[in-house]
Design a protein around this ligand. Sequence first.
Ligand code: PMP
Ligand code: GLN
Length: 380
Amino acid sequence: MHIQSKLPNSTTSIFTVMSGLANQHNAINLGQGFPDYQMSEELMNKVYEVMQKGFNQYVPMQGYMPLRESIAANVEFLYNIKINPDTDITITPGGTYAIYTALTTVLQPKDEVIVFEPAYDSYIPNIEINGAIPVLIDLKFPDYKIDWNEVRKKITAKTKMIMLNSPHNPTGAVLSEEDMKELSSIVKDTNIFILSDEVYEHLIFDNIPHQSILRYPDLLQRSFVCFSFGKTYNCTGWKLGYCISPAELMKEFRKVHQFNCFCCHTPSQVALADFLKNKDAYLSLSGIMQQKRDYFIELMKSTKFDLLNSSGSYFICAKYNRISNEADKDFASRITKENGVATIPVSSFYKAGTDNKVVRFCFSKKNETLEEAVGRLVKI
Ligand code: PMP
Ligand code: GLN
């Protein structure tokens, strides 16, 4: 049989590759982003309880209504905006799926989408599979800030969407109020949509306020805002998230969603509907993760890696030019095999493989894991 690839340039995701290599060589995995500690006992028990109560059949395709109501209540508390849980929220099987669905909802062949690189690995294939064209703009190394003048220059009559991600994977950079003003001035009076990937909304440090699109009604009217429960509740394997957008956009999003997944895992939605009311469970997250970042920074001082700034997410990047001038993929692969620590080479987040000789570390790990890993890294 001959199959014509719809994604001829795609290979296996770097997360699968590096986690596979870590397992094969028994390395400590600071590559793929997931916590190595247990999620909330209370939330796990709730899932079991609701399964026993009989919540094991389909929910409506939009998602379990009490969960959407809890999300709307939290959004109002956090961002001071009322969104309609009936028309403006859809529960999805993870943030990645929400992003794919939003892109598929909007994109027509040959449309252009502005993507900042380094970019999360699913964005470009998700654009290309829809026949659209990613228009790439580098975040300015080493701060990974957006050059808005470059954005202005790259906008054309075909620009359909701008994709944002704050806090940012892989760099931990975050958008500022100034960035949001620039964005507003650029999209004003245009028909450009925004896709805002906010899966790390609660993982932001140093008391920096998260610049959610939800704070900006003018931007929200043209946006799909994507979230992930996996990141917020330490359960990345649950693959559950949601998208928020204005009713007219959400109506179209749901047309795509209902014939793909239809509806998500019922017991976790029922359990989360209740668990979301516990504000402390998500408000405490940035403090916990900031401590982990700071602890990792402290430990890494005794190595030859030079850490860059991270203001959010699970991640912090590091230059390794005092150790080696190998390409980042070779370096990451070699230290996994020889030194027993897996990372992610940041060139994987660039379509052209731009290599600034930087690797990404994930610090959402037990202190002992970080200690053991750095114990190995000091020897390099
Ligand atoms: N966007 C970014 C930037 C991410 O890092 C992740 C985490 N994998 C996702 C989206 C998707 O999250 P999920 O696992 O819920 O699909
Ligand atoms: N978001 C996680 C990361 O960046 C992993 C996602 C995945 O494995 N697809 O590491």
